[in-house]
Design a protein around this ligand. Structure first.
Ligand code: R5P
Length: 292
């Protein structure tokens, strides 16, 4: 057991110093990966901006039919021009994403919980890696509950997917889930994102928080930020702008796009921030013009 007494508080994040081991390939921490991994990462992260607009619609895997996602078959083709990557379950993707839509796929690969339960932290790997290969998945998404009841299962699921991912050159997206007893603090996210990255994932998904730039600096792979519960559009754009300014490599946004009365305009406004260097004010101006 490591000696936990007298631990020093980490503080030297060098937030203004770019990631050092980046020669040869533009995705953070991916320099030493093989061609197949890099190809999948290039499908997800735009080679020009280095960032991604991932659209998350995997909510049904534990929430069932969710407001805004009632008809994936209608919604997804409409959003396709404005996003880089679709994140969903294999059921939803196979049934509702026309294969001729050439967007990256982040395949939700763990499952096991539902909103009917009190504790959502117990999951299993629900998708054979062979099926991820059949679907040409660009990454496999694994829910990870650090500090929660299901931490050990999470790490077991994550390790399995990472090992298989290296075997077949498929990146893993570690989804930093916040257990019901966990506070969404910068301290928690620094701990959780770093543990997930050190397990070997190629992408970490997490939330905005205080000291977010330190969370990013301490994480050796790209961070994408979940939108979280629906905010007024103006606030969601401000959140997206702030996290991009602080070093996030994109968003993995669901409700703040699909629960907007104007999901297409919202996706376009987010895209301006993530890829085109627009401010939240410019994106908001675009959004207002687009809906009127
Ligand atoms: C949560 O576990 C799911 O992975 C969602 O994809 C994620 O929370 C992102 O969606 P939202 O922006 O609605 O939070």
């Amino acid at each position: 057991m490591a000696d936990l007494d007298g631990l020093k508080v980490a503080k030297d994040y060098h937030v203004d110093t770019p990631f050092a081991n980046q020669q040869g390939f533009y995705v953070k921490g991916a320099n030493s990966l093989d061609w197949g991994m890099k190809k999948h990462l290039s499908n997800i992260f735009d080679p020009k901006s280095g960032n991604t607009v991932m659209f998350a619609f995997d909510h049904g895997y534990f929430m069932g039919s969710t407001a805004g996602l009632e008809r994936l078959d209608l919604l997804l083709p409409k959003l396709a021009p404005y996003v880089d990557c679709f994140m969903g379950t294999r059921g939803a993707i196979r049934a509702c994403v026309p294969p001729e839509i050439t967007k990256a796929i982040a395949l939700r690969s763990t499952s096991g919980s539902s909103m009917l339960q009190d504790d959502l932290s117990h999951e299993i790997v629900a998708v054979d890696v062979e099926d991820a290969i059949r679907m040409n998945a660009d990454c496999m998404a694994c829910q990870v509950f650090i500090g929660g009841d299901g931490q050990l299962e999470s790490i077991d699921n994550l390790s399995y997917l990472i090992n298989e991912g290296f075997r077949y050159s498929i990146p893993v997206l570690g989804v930093c889930a916040v257990g019901k007893d966990m506070a969404r603090t910068g301290r928690y996210f620094k701990l959780a994102t770093r543990i997930i990255a050190e397990m070997g994932v190629q992408i970490v998904k997490t939330y905005d928080c205080e000291d977010f730039e330190e969370v990013v600096a301490a994480c050796p792979v790209p961070i994408v930020v979940a939108g979280g519960k629906k905010l007024p559009e103006r606030d969601a754009l401000a959140m997206a702008y702030n996290v991009i300014q602080k070093g996030a490599h994109g968003v993995d946004m669901g409700r703040n796009i699909f629960q907007s009365p104007h999901p297409e305009a919202m996706a376009q406004a987010i895209r301006m921030i993530v890829h085109e260097g627009a401010t939240d004010a410019q994106a908001w101006e675009f959004f207002q013009d687009a809906i009127h």
